[in-house]
Design a protein around this ligand. Structure first.
Ligand code: PDD
Length: 284
């Protein structure tokens, strides 16, 4: 298994960066995770757009041109024989003696790794995921895919310790922002009590603009579903008919309990599973 480190393909065990890399010392960097599904990179261009956006917002110099980036990604995936899995890209502001302000003439660091993954376990799809909620302790620029992930790490660890699959984060007003590494969605009866609404928090600085989220938004519109992008509270989520989450790693995943309380009838919902099916077909 190979990794890519600043211009070289190395055996994974030899993939190292300097101790004064600003990613290591200051979390001064950004990352992307691109899914590989049936041998194809899913929405690669959108991931590269988001990578460029994160770099731009932090004024980190792109490590190479976009064409070269694509080439390296494809080469690493080919070398590692990945047909289903993920590729991880990380760019930091580079190596320099530690100080907070930007160093003058430092080259960005670029590393990549791949991971093979198995399809989501059938049991998880049948039962749906149990999740918990945690206070959202993150900074105010969650739209930047920063490698500073301590609040996300602590939230996911809390979920794991409670036997849950993910933690959804609640802001100080009582609204769900998103999951620790997923976007959060609910389905509920509309104001007329009939047509079901598909609800997810709008884009902005307070959530990461998930690429899977965007894919599902587009598919929902195509399918003529009743999509409403607005914040929703924890109370609303608990009384929703269905809930699910989206991410590059599991696409559309049903959520059937929150903080130990069943959502709807406690089974994956029909709209969720329909969206999962059409998203998987789209990703192929
Ligand atoms: N996480 N929200 C957060 C905070 C995330 O970290 C992620 C992705 C998402 C979903 O985005 P996308 O659909 O583009 O994967 C939402 C990646 C997979 C990770 O950290 O491993």
């Amino acid at each position: 298994r190979f990794c890519y480190v600043n211009g070289r393909y190395l055996p994974h065990a030899n993939g190292m960066v300097h101790i004064e890399d600003r990613g290591y010392q200051l979390a001064d960097g950004i990352y992307e995770v691109v899914p590989i599904y049936h041998g194809k990179l899913v929405d690669m261009e959108q991931h590269l757009d988001r990578l460029a956006y994160s770099l731009g917002e932090l004024r980190i110099a792109p490590p190479m041109e976009r064409n070269a980036l694509r080439l390296v990604m494809r080469e690493l995936i080919a070398r590692n024989g990945v047909t289903n899995g993920l590729i991880y890209l990380q760019v930091t502001r580079g190596v320099a003696p530690r100080e907070h302000k930007f160093p003058k003439k430092t080259k960005s660091s670029l590393v990549m790794t791949t991971k093979k993954t198995k399809p989501v376990a059938p049991e998880l799809l049948e039962k749906g995921a149990a999740i918990i909620t945690q206070r959202d302790l993150r900074w105010l620029r969650r739209d930047i895919k920063s490698i500073g992930l301590l609040p996300n790490v602590l939230a996911k660890q809390a979920a794991s310790e409670q036997g849950a699959f993910e933690a959804w984060l609640v802001d100080d007003a009582g609204y769900i922002t998103e999951g620790s590494s997923t976007n959060a969605w609910i389905v509920k009866a509309g104001p007329d009590g009939k047509a079901r609404e598909l609800i997810t928090r709008p884009l902005g600085h307070d959530i990461l603009g998930g690429i899977t989220r965007r894919g599902v938004v587009d598919l929902a519109k195509e399918q003529g579903l009743n999509l409403v992008q607005r914040p929703f509270s924890l109370e609303e989520a608990l009384s929703a008919a269905e809930a699910f989450q989206t991410s590059s790693s599991a696409f559309v995943l049903p959520v059937t309990s929150i903080d130990g309380k069943a959502i709807g009838d406690g089974k994956p919902g029909p709209m969720t599973m329909r969206l999962r099916e059409i998203y998987c077909r789209y990703a192929e």
